[in-house]
Design a protein around this ligand. Sequence first.
Ligand SMILES: [Fe+2]
Length: 507
Amino acid sequence: MTDMSVAPSVDLASLPSLRRYLDHLSGDERRSALGRLAALSPEDLLSFGASEPQLVEHDYRVDDITGTLPDGLAGTLYRNGPGRWQDHTGRPLHHLFDGDGMLSAFTIDGGADGAGVRYRNRYVRTRHFQGRTGVTHMGTAAPGGWRANIGRVPPNLANTGVVEHAGHLYALWEAGPPHEIDPDTLETIGVRRFGGELRWLGSFSAHPCFCPSSGAMFNFGVELVPRPHLRIYHTDHTGRLRHFRSTPLPYPAMVHDFALTERYLVFLVSPILPDAMAVLLGRAPIGDTLRYRPDKGSTFILVPRDGGRIRRIDHAAILQFHLSNAFDDGGDVVVDVITYSDPCLLERIARFQTSPLDDAPSVFTRFRITASGRVLTEPLSDNSCEFPRHHPAYEGRPHRYAYYNTRTRLCAFYDSVTKLDLVDRTERTYSSPEPGNSFCEPVFAPRLGATAEDDGWLLTVEYRAAQQTSRLVVLDAADPSRGPLATAQLTSHLPQGFHGSFVARRR
Ligand SMILES: [Fe+2]
């Protein structure tokens, strides 16, 4: 049984999945996990309810609305993220990235008449979800020792991002092809390889960039055969995907994100390397072998959109997952990145169910790559943050505002939403007043016909720890510190998740 003395002020019975996870651990791992939990404040432990699974698929009109849904806010906020960290046998899984993808859709109709929100959630019907891929995962080995794990690759969980392009909705997972989803019912239509253009693994990152002038979608995948490289794709505004370019990677790295300017695709390769031999021989799952190797350095790769010569700029190692926006500034390229200095981050997310993250703080950092290949570095905020977003019409262009999650009290989840003014370097933050509550990524929804960059709303989902439910929160993008303009309270909770997108209703 779980040792309840680790949390004398919080009843772990309210976190049944965490209890069950602890009961599955053995020996040193269990002692270590209990030690981490024992060090948490009651508020922090309460916040861990955001990782309890949501096993029920809902579809209902939300009755409990507070405030006023803004007139003009009409469309659907889609979100994606792990909904359960267990395989079809019920075995708990360790790694943050190992949960089955569960989509949510908040269909919002602001305005006086008929204003309201409809909520749906549905798991992506991946082969893994249907129990057809065995029991090998990114961060949890299959039972049976190395013989059961030799040569196994993690399954496509479709759990990372969700985007709409050319009338199609896709659930994304970076090491395999997208799953197409019905935008109304969230039913899974099937895996898309775009007529075979997505070759090899069919890798297609969860972070495509959209050109605001052409409507094109750029994306990439990391492919390891015949040698590690980025395979880059261009999808035109009609939805026709073609291979655009390929370029070698300096080493077999995890590349999660990229950014766009009007001239370039901007990649930043961080030395996060798996131990390929240990994985191939079945000694460890790939997520447990990922190591930060600063001796390998980082490389900025600038891929010209016009087909010109690819630029590669080597740099001291930079640890990061997410890029914010980028833009051309004369001959320079400017890109903003969420950087980390402590590689313990990788261990924390590999054991996320019992790990704080406050010993791996981040810095919102600007890199300026000059025409001559110098790289100038400037920290813009040391307020530990993640999940950066911006106005979609400013993708790849000079912009003034960035939005992201920050932490003011919690040690593992983000309890705040922040707007950063990149010109006067000020921040405006809204923090949940309720203990243990946390927010997911703030998605920017522009006001129709607006001219100001910050004229719109931030759409986020707040996990309410005390009652174990979630609610949609609408914030004023001009000043989120004003607090919610409106909320739509769900009858259940939504695990915190990764990424989302807003699709405005066509009028
Ligand atoms: Fe991401």
